[in-house]
Design a binder for this molecule. Structure first.
Ligand code: ATP
Length: 224
């Protein structure tokens, strides 16, 4: 369960990114964050991951108050999360398998354990045949699915994805969404920021942000 209670985020005196946000998201939801550029979507995702902290109000993830979490505890929180944030690209000089193994290696898994789990993650996003390829030899959609595999290799309870289908054609965007939906079906909470309204049909909920405020939201019958 993710809860925002009267959360404000002010980056500087003139820049309010979020204003008085209160919401709760239950395990297994597929939530889209919509709204124009600068509305606060990325900031909201970063708050759940503890990348940004609230100026006021509280953000709790599975009962844990993220705003007061000590920096040293953040890696434990992040292990429960699969993060697909903008600008966190793949290592271009390492093959796909090595990229997906990386989160496991840095948290102390053995090479053989990491390889086995990375291959399983690649199977889940339907990219087993690209394990030995270098990222730049893949299509944009395939690269994004490698990023998903890297995000889920630690078996997270929550996936946070910032514009995972930006710059993809419809076919590739659908493949990326199908991969995310498969995790949601398995009980993983997925929170995705997107400008792509065509994807919203798959959501259990869409939250519209505008100038840092929730301007609208709807819950689909899929949520039942
Ligand atoms: N690190 C930062 N320092 C200062 N201001 C920031 C920072 N990050 C975001 N902002 C500002 O906060 C506001 C919300 O930004 P945010 O990136 O959350 O919006 P967004 O809805 O994700 O936009 P986009 O759709 O373009 O990615 C914007 O006015 C932005 O300029």
């Amino acid at each position: 369960m993710i809860q925002f209670q009267q959360v404000n985020k002010e980056y500087s005196r003139e820049v309010f990114a979020l204003r008085d946000i209160s919401l709760s998201i239950t395990q297994g939801e597929l939530v889209f964050l919509a709204g124009p550029s600068g509305a606060g979507k990325s900031t909201l995702l970063k708050m759940i991951a503890g990348v940004e902290r609230p100026t006021s109000g509280t953000v709790t993830v599975n009962g844990q108050d993220i705003g007061t979490l000590k920096t040293g505890s953040l890696p434990y929180l992040r292990r429960k999360l699969g993060l697909i944030l903008q600008g966190q690209g793949l290592l271009l000089d390492r093959n796909v398998l090595a990229n997906v193994m990386l989160p496991l290696i840095v948290t102390g898994a053995s090479g053989s354990e990491a390889e086995m789990r990375a291959r399983t993650a690649l199977e889940k996003v339907n990219l087993s045949d690209k394990a030995e390829a270098l990222p730049l030899s893949l299509s944009g959609g395939e690269q994004q699915r490698v990023a998903i595999a890297r995000a889920i290799v630690n078996r997270p309870q929550i996936i946070l994805a910032d514009e995972p289908t930006a710059f993809l054609d419809k076919d590739n965007a659908n493949k990326v969404l199908s991969a995310l939906k498969a995790f949601q079906s398995a009980g993983v909470t997925c929170i995705i920021s997107s400008h792509d309204e065509q994807l919203f049909d798959h959501a259990t909920r869409v939250i519209y942000l505008n100038k840092g405020c929730i301007s609208d939201s709807w819950t689909s019958s899929l949520a039942a």
